[in-house]
Design a protein around this ligand. Structure first.
Ligand SMILES: [Zn+2]
Length: 315
């Protein structure tokens, strides 16, 4: 079984145009000064959502081509970050419930809720877990809160009660939002106070790598995902990162994630899976690769091992 622990539905409802506007603002400033306008526009356009897949059918096709069995879809609650400019959260939740029903056993949904919604947000999260079968909490601190904000305590209590994990975004994102609470250390207080809840630092093996690794090394309940490693790989840096995590003894804390569809123009899921541990990525053993692709995510997500799994691959 292979699990992609970090994906999104390819729909403007989930990843809104205003989110991508910031990326294109930035890319225009990074390009050489004398490029023809059409060329600049084309590059900027490539940072927008190229794919419309609101039912998840293309996601499943990409997973099939890559041999990925299960994808975790993350809802991001953008409503307080981009007031009036995004689809209301209840509609986004409804869309994910439809995808869950359409592709049973192939997708897992993490509910995204901004803690500043207060009681109604807690109720929505509880309902999504207890009634709709969602399996975790997705936090997006760039919208303006810390993952250790006490307002999240009732959410974490529910995570402990229902034994579901939390995945929190780390690192810079669209320049239209704040980077202030996106450092991995922002999670430390919550992880200490809720030791029975597992936390995944989204992009933790890619951005603020050393600080994320330190937390994963010393906090039993902190994990890192690989979402966005495709960019690091294109820059030629991924193989040294894999070697770094292996040296530090952290391969049991690493979860395969692609951030599909964000990087799907750079690398399909199949290519990403191949590049994750290609021949130049530090010599992972088949067992170590299985930890990253399957075992670690199964433990965090509480997905039982398939009965046909070879006995010697579970450490
Ligand atoms: Zn993501």
């Amino acid at each position: 079984m292979i699990i992609d622990c970090h994906t999104h539905l390819a729909s403007p409802m989930v990843l809104p145009p205003v989110f991508f506007d910031g990326w294109t603002d930035n890319i225009r400033r990074l390009l050489p000064p004398k490029l023809p306008r059409a060329h600049v526009d084309r590059i900027a356009q490539s940072f927008r959502l190229a794919l419309e897949d609101p039912d998840g059918d293309q996601l499943i096709a990409d997973m099939d081509a890559a041999g990925v069995d299960v994808a975790v879809l993350h809802i991001i609650d953008f409503e307080l970050g981009f007031p009036g400019r995004v689809t209301p959260l209840d509609e986004v939740f409804a869309a994910h419930r439809r995808v869950l029903a359409r592709h049973p056993g192939r997708v897992v949904v993490f509910a995204g809720v901004d803690p500043r919604r207060g009681k109604s947000g807690v109720e929505l999260f509880e309902r999504s877990i207890a009634e709709w079968g969602f399996k975790g909490l997705k936090l997006y601190p760039p919208c303006g809160f810390s993952p250790s904000d006490p307002a999240l305590d009732p959410f974490y209590d529910l995570c402990a009660q229902h034994r579901v994990p939390v995945l929190t975004h780390t690192g810079p994102t669209t320049p239209r939002l704040s980077f202030r609470h996106t450092h991995p250390s922002e999670l430390d207080d919550a992880a200490r106070r809720f030791p029975t809840v597992d936390f995944v630092l989204g992009h933790g093996s890619v951005v603020h790598r050393d600080d994320a690794a330190l937390l994963a090394e010393f906090r039993p309940n902190i994990y890192l995902d690989t979402a966005g490693f495709q960019v690091v790989d294109r820059q030629g840096e991924w193989s040294s990162s894999v070697a770094f995590f292996k040296r530090r003894g952290l391969l049991r804390k690493l979860l395969f994630g692609t951030d599909w569809p964000i990087h799907s123009q750079v690398a399909t899921t199949a290519a990403a899976r191949q590049r994750l541990a290609g021949p130049d990525t530090g010599g992972l053993t088949p067992m170590e690769l299985q930890w990253i692709l399957e075992t670690n995510a199964r433990e965090v997500l509480k997905i039982d091992a398939p009965s046909s799994a070879p006995a010697n691959t579970t450490p």
